[in-house]
Write a protein that binds this ligand. Structure first.
Ligand SMILES: *[C@@H]1O[C@H](CO)[C@@H](O)[C@H](O)[C@H]1NC(C)=O
Ligand SMILES: *[C@@H]1O[C@H](CO)[C@@H](O)[C@H](O)[C@H]1NC(C)=O
Ligand SMILES: *[C@@H]1O[C@H](CO)[C@@H](O)[C@H](O)[C@H]1NC(C)=O
Length: 279
């Protein structure tokens, strides 16, 4: 019932977008469901300073990707985008703005500065975050002067939400996952950094991922944002120096192997969850 209702609303909205000239055909509006169902975390068009790029990371449908193949081909060697891995409808619904503000507005979250080393931390409630910090990134703001929520949750307070998450159905031998849940404005992101392997999943919005293998250190300034890097450095890169990249949307997973450099950029206001793997 609820699904039908949302669908009806979406197609009306699609027609509205066509009439408003945002999409040219019904299919261009309808196929990109992720950008339509933003869970109430809306983004105005003028605030979108970045667009999705090409996708040159392998994209696999979970139906055709066994755990064995994941291990042989990707786990230690290559990033991969995986579609249709889990049904996280229940978790997604709880992450809609209206539900989050109803149940979690007073919960505390820890914000980190959006530079490579994330030195600075601030603790606020979700309500304060949404009122004061959740803004689109501008091209002028530096990463070390931007606070954004990308994890570091108090799991006593957030357990009931995280419990609804169906984790990625692939694993790396002897490693276990720790979750990191976040919400951030259009144009925000984390500049290049690396750590152990893990998965990133977009709950609402779209996230553009840039990656380099461990032996190919990218050129970037640790206090400048991914948005600044995209506008300043990315354009100038020789084709052979370009990162691997892909933009993932609602319900899609991306896997990054151990020590692979990655930088992220939220195209829209985005809700996301990562699973960091460790021994
Ligand atoms: C942020 O980084 C820039 C450049 O690295 C530096 O000039 C500035 O003082 C830093 N801002 C703060 C608040 O530390
Ligand atoms: C980045 O910013 C931090 C604090 O905001 C500062 O201590 C550090 O020196 C800056 N790094 C560079 C390379 O400018
Ligand atoms: C986490 O939240 C609980 C419940 O509000 C609180 O008692 C605890 O001190 C918090 N832990 C940290 C590390 O902030």
């Amino acid at each position: 019932m609820l699904k039908m209702h949302v669908r009806d609303k979406m197609s009306t909205f699609s027609w509205f977008l066509i009439l408003a000239g945002v999409c040219t055909t019904t299919s261009s509006c309808l196929t990109d469901e992720g950008s339509l169902d933003d869970g109430g975390w809306s983004t105005s068009k003028k605030d979108m300073l970045a667009v999705p790029g090409p996708c040159d990371i392998e994209v696999r449908d979970a139906k055709g990707l066994s755990q064995q193949e994941f291990l042989n081909r990707y786990a230690y060697d290559l990033p991969v985008v995986i579609r249709g891995a889990t049904d996280n409808t229940v978790f997604q619904d709880q992450c809609r703005k209206e539900n989050m503000m109803k149940d979690y507005a007073s919960k505390r979250i820890k914000l980190s500065s959006a530079n490579t080393h994330s030195y600075e931390k601030v603790e606020v409630t979700l309500q304060e975050y949404v009122d004061k910090y959740l803004k689109p990134q501008t091209l002028k703001t530096l990463g070390n002067e931007t606070f954004y929520w990308f994890g570091d949750n108090n799991f006593t307070e957030w357990q009931s939400l995280i419990d609804l998450y169906q984790p990625p159905p692939y694993s790396v031998p002897d490693m276990t996952g720790a979750y990191s849940f976040g919400l951030a404005g259009a144009g925000t992101g984390v500049p290049f950094h690396f750590h152990g392997p893990g998965f990133g999943e977009v709950v609402f919005g779209r996230k553009r991922w840039f990656m380099y293998p461990p032996n190919k250190t990218p050129h970037f300034h640790p206090n400048r944002t991914t948005l600044q890097w995209l506008h300043e450095d990315y354009q100038e890169l020789h084709p052979l120096e370009r990162p691997l990249e892909c933009t993932i949307s609602k319900g899609e997973l991306i896997y990054f192997p151990d020590r692979w450099w990655h930088g992220t950029l939220n195209i829209d206001t985005s809700v996301f969850i990562s699973t960091f793997l460790a021994y």
